[in-house]
Design a binder for this molecule. Sequence first.
Ligand code: HEC
Length: 301
Amino acid sequence: MKRSYLFLIIILLSVGRLFAQEWVVPVENAAKRSPFAFKDSIRQAGAALYMTNCKSCHGDPGKNNTVKLVPPPPDPASAQMQKNSDGDMFYKLSMGRGPMPSFKNTLSATDIWRIISFIRSFNDKYVQELAPSLAPGSTLEQVKILISMIKETNQVQVKISSVKDKVRQPVANAEVKLFAKRYFGNLMIDEAHTSDSQGIALFKFPANLPGDSKGFVQLLAKPTDETAFGEAKADTTLAIGVETYRPPLNEQRALWNVVQKTPIWLLLTFIFSVLAVWGLIVYVLLQVRAIYKSGSDNKKE
Ligand code: HEC
């Protein structure tokens, strides 16, 4: 009886390990492709980036000299690494897992693609698929982004299109981020979403996001991929926030405000200190005069 329990536990643990090792990439991320072709210059840039950011753990590609970690970092030339789709790799590099660091804040999307192009150079069966987003020759000015609100579902819709073969067409598979502008910097809304075949990405909008005094929120939508879209972005103000009255920073008495709006306690402390110092000076002068006077009185006597 005891033995069979032990057996069961061992089986459960090893099955658990198998599951734990599977690194599942969401379907929409796995389908992501590089917006630019992997050329020699790109691979060279990728090699340099690999040497500084990855070699310490993943070793020299093809040499199987990776660092001993659990789970082990695979050699870039190995089948385990190469069976990842470009999108899988992009996701895994961006997000990280366990000892594998997340590079989404340290490397730009372009740099991540450069590294992937270098890793692919160790696979002679690899044939690159490009992101279907922008047709060659279409200029960035032709990218149009529209932001609108779907009231019923409380979602913000971002629609991207560009001109391809002289016809305006939706841009599919473009990763987009949505931000609300705040006093200091931008607040990201929901996660990044990828546009569907209609060029549409939907974002959940928080019901309680404070807007201005009339509930207006300034929204900013931006594709994450700077290489393909450059600075393309859209700015729209929609009345979708909660009406919030925020007095301007210089309206009330505060330390950072002008002299006329100093805090009362500061004003009182200041006046009191000035009076105290002058009081002391006057007191000392009076005392000096008293000494002088009593001196001259003594002389007369
Ligand atoms: C601190 C050590 C470390 C560094 C630095 C590091 N990795 Fe990793 N990497 C790992 C480990 C450990 C794993 C296995 C993680 C797992 O399976 O949970 C891994 C897994 C991966 C995978 C997924 C492999 C698979 O099984 O599908 C990819 C792709 C990858 N690394 C690429 C890179 C690239 C490219 C860089 C440099 C930009 C990098 N790593 C930097 C340790 C590292």
